[in-house]
Design a protein. Structure first.
Length: 99
């Protein structure tokens, strides 16, 4: 057991970058899904309000974060969130975007 800890302690932080991005992407998606459910909107309605395909919205909820920031305001509007609220979610989950 201590051997495993010693090996992982010597690995560079970049070694776990993909795992961190995936973890924070899933947290972001879960928060977006919760916001959608709290405002009582269906997937189809929310995606349409945001100008997205349902498959794109589902991908976000599954943890695949969009690469740009132009989607923030339409997503916030579709979720009845302020821009500051969705920006706070992005800031919390920022490691999902870090390369």
């Amino acid at each position: 057991m201590s051997m495993t800890r010693n090996v992982s302690a010597t690995l560079p932080p970049a070694f776990f970058a993909d795992d961190r991005r995936q973890f924070w992407g899933q947290i972001f998606g879960h928060m977006i899904q919760n916001a959608r459910e709290l405002c009582g909107r269906s997937l189809e309605e929310t995606a349409e309000l945001a100008g997205m395909e349902v498959t794109e919205w589902l991908a976000v909820e599954a943890g695949h974060v969009p690469s740009g920031t132009t989607w923030l305001r339409p997503m916030a509007d579709a979720l009845a969130l302020s821009y500051d609220q969705i920006s706070s979610i992005v800031l919390l989950c920022r490691e999902a975007w870090e390369l």
